[in-house]
Design a protein around this ligand. Structure first.
Ligand SMILES: [Zn+2]
Length: 418
């Protein structure tokens, strides 16, 4: 066992898994100052305050074999971030499009020069599986270094049967090669594929009758996702796709209400979605629909930041008693970053969330938003020992205030320091 002592603050504690945090509970971040933490193999085994350490070692921990004792010198310990919404498997990047936007080019001109989802799909379909894996693993490595310990990965840049399967195989390979929990999501309905332009109904039919059975048969996805929004897929098409995927046990996690009040939240709630994501355009009707559900509203402030779009009413959802998760939306077009601490800073700065709320939204609620609430998202005896350590900091707010200061000093996943 490993014993970590002199921890400045142990944040995000939970006695036992007790569901996601909702409403006023999101203000509460259980913490212990001047603490110790015991790790047994891959899991958290015990914790307590330094004042109690000697009596614990002589009492309840009397039989524990401590192989390593590490002085944390006042550093803070947080549960690893749980990023429940990413698109990290893609080929190349869209820095050219970034420049085009700065130079004021129109959407059509940008698309002609290689921007947009369809161009990302063309490039992905031309890129071989090993190269895609290599590029995605660079992003995973970057996310791990920034404190993420659990991750959801979507397909959606193939938009052909073979392209979507290729992405999901890469996601499975990532899952097998990192000491993290990885959940995979089939997002064939991210846009209408190139060969089906002008025939959206036929594309939806193909997603339901060709893509979903193949993905289901090969067991490649935990969840199904649809971009249910103005100019993309309608609530009726979304319902059809979610039903086809339900047969294969894929639960919905959907893109809703980013561009318009789309009806996506309601269809997600009706179909028992684990989460509905984006929600920049959300009114009272959506909040009402969510209140009677176990669906977790998930917001992606990194995309709002990058695109200069509205941030959505995060505070209103919490005031209505709802849970809230925040995720990175790491993708080439609208959020080229998986830095969950920066996501938290945007939550504070732009959404006026408190630091306690953003820790809960990026850890425990993110875990529940991808079905990992029992194993990740908090420092709880029996959960995976996934955490990061910071330099000694004066208070919790400082961690999000000094948002570009490199404060994260150690990464631990499954009980091992990386
Ligand atoms: Zn997304």
């Amino acid at each position: 066992m490993k014993l970590l002592t002199n921890i400045g603050c142990l944040a995000g504690l939970e006695d036992k898994p007790a569901g996601c945090k909702r409403g006023d509970d999101m203000n509460c971040l259980n913490r212990l100052d001047d603490a110790w933490l015991l790790i047994d193999g891959q899991k958290f085994a015990a914790f307590g305050s330094m004042a109690s350490l000697d009596s614990a070692l002589n009492g309840c921990l009397g039989d524990a074999v401590i192989e390593e004792r590490i002085d944390m010198k006042g550093g803070w310990v947080f549960p690893s971030f749980c990023d429940s919404h990413t698109h990290i498997i893609y080929a190349g990047n869209r820095a050219g499009e970034f420049l085009d936007k700065i130079n004021g080019l129109s959407y059509e001109e940008i698309a002609r020069r290689g921007g947009g989802i369809l161009n990302s799909a063309d490039l992905l379909n031309r890129t071989d599986e090993d190269e895609l894996y290599r590029q995605a693993m660079e992003r995973v490595g970057e996310m791990i270094a920034k404190g993420t310990g659990s991750l959801e990965i979507k397909s959606g840049y193939g938009l052909t049967l073979e392209g979507e399967l290729k992405m999901l195989r890469v996601a499975r390979r990532i899952k097998e090669s990192v000491p993290m929990e990885v959940k995979t999501t089939f997002l064939g309905a991210h846009a209408v594929g190139r060969a089906y332009q002008g025939r959206q109904g036929d594309y939806v039919e193909m997603v339901c009758t060709e893509m979903i059975p193949e993905v289901g048969c090969q067991g490649l996805a935990d969840f199904v996702d649809v971009f249910c929004d103005e100019g993309f897929f309608t609530p009726v098409e979304t319902g059809k796709i979610l039903e086809a995927a339900a047969i294969w046990g894929m639960k919905p996690k959907i893109h809703a209400n980013e561009l318009a009040v789309s009806g996506g939240v309601q269809v997600g709630v009706e179909m028992g979605a684990v989460s509905v994501d984006h929600l920049e355009r959300t009114g009272e009707a959506e909040i009402e629909a969510l209140k009677s559900s176990s669906t977790i509203p998930t917001m992606l402030p990194g995309a709002s930041f990058f695109l200069g779009m509205p941030y959505g009413n995060a505070k209103g959802m919490i005031s209505a008693g709802l849970p809230l998760a925040l995720a990175s939306d790491y993708n080439p077009g609208s959020s080229p970053s998986g830095d969950m601490r920066f996501v938290g800073s945007l939550g504070c700065i732009k959404m006026k969330l408190t630091p306690e709320q953003v820790v809960n939204a990026t850890t425990i609620n993110g875990a529940y938003a991808m079905g990992l609430g029992d194993v990740a998202g908090s420092i709880t005896v029996g959960k995976k020992a996934d955490f990061f350590v910071t330099e000694p900091i004066p208070n919790l707010a400082y961690f999000y205030y000094a948002y570009a200061t490199p404060l994260i000093s150690e990464i631990w996943l499954r009980g091992e320091k990386l």
